[in-house]
Design a binder for this molecule. Structure first.
Ligand SMILES: C[S@@+](CC[C@H](N)C(=O)[O-])C[C@H]1O[C@@H](n2cnc3c(N)ncnc32)[C@H](O)[C@@H]1O
Length: 231
């Protein structure tokens, strides 16, 4: 096994429409712990999201594309609420199996919807901030280009796509660290496959092309940033 190149032949178990529902839901529920530990959104919230939302000087609309179990947008909403930042938060995912888990976070100002980036774009929806977490590495080249362009078209301002940075150390640390959380879920197999499918920062910058920059906001993380506007 090598981590020198992306292994895009690997398919994650959760991407199988016929996968075991109980294990899938256990995986999605535990993403709240895994994302909190590894996804770096706390740092991105402090450095980028909070200053941007505050700077708007009005209630913002925030979209999480491919929200899965909903924990990332729920966490951002909770951090913002504590600071008195008023916003409308929307998580969307075409996969109803994920939304069943995400909807436990539904609350005034936070809602979840079964739809995808292209349907929202076709409906003319616009948001101040569009984010995603752990979506880019799942996508084949055509779906990647569509998702990238939709996300810019949907944003009036900022787009932030967070993902894993592929590397040996990330792989080794995840393999050891996930052991207590893994039983009864896809966290071990899919997490390791995710790392093998993920981009390095230069690869992601190359795949995204002009109008984007790639930052590394935390260890083993990449953050694709665009100022939004029509793609
Ligand atoms: C691994 S999950 C990530 C879930 C969640 N964001 C997290 O970090 O735990 C990737 C999700 O992206 C969704 N997805 C893929 N393409 C999409 C698109 N074009 N628009 C919205 N969601 C999409 C899939 O349905 C899947 O649930």
């Amino acid at each position: 096994m090598t981590l020198a190149v992306r292994d895009t032949r690997l398919r994650e178990l959760m991407d199988d429409p016929d996968c075991d529902l109980e294990r899938l839901h256990a995986t999605l529920r535990r993403f709240s712990v895994v994302n909190r530990l590894v996804s770096g959104w706390g740092a991105v919230y402090r450095s980028t999201v909070a200053p941007y939302l505050r700077g708007l000087g009005r209630p913002a609309r925030v979209l999480d594309l491919g929200c899965g179990g909903g924990d990332v947008i729920a966490r951002l909403a909770s951090l913002a609420r504590r600071e008195g930042i008023v916003a409308e938060w929307r998580g969307v995912d075409p996969d109803e199996r994920s939304l069943a888990v995400a909807r436990r976070y539904a609350a005034p100002g936070i809602r979840f919807e079964a739809t995808d980036s292209s349907a929202l774009r076709a409906a003319g929806e616009r948001f101040d901030l569009v984010i995603s977490n752990h979506v880019l590495h799942h996508l084949d080249p055509i779906a990647f280009a569509t998702f990238r362009d939709d996300s810019r078209a949907l944003s009036l301002g900022l787009v932030l796509h967070g993902d894993i940075a592929r590397g040996r150390l990330a792989y080794g640390l995840y393999a050891a660290g996930i052991t207590p959380l893994a039983p009864g879920s896809f966290l071990r197999t899919d997490g390791l496959r995710s790392i093998r499918r993920s981009f390095t920062a230069p690869e992601l910058a190359d795949a995204l092309g002009s109008g984007w920059r790639v930052e590394q906001p935390a260890p083993f993380r990449v953050l694709a940033v665009s100022e939004g506007g029509d793609a």
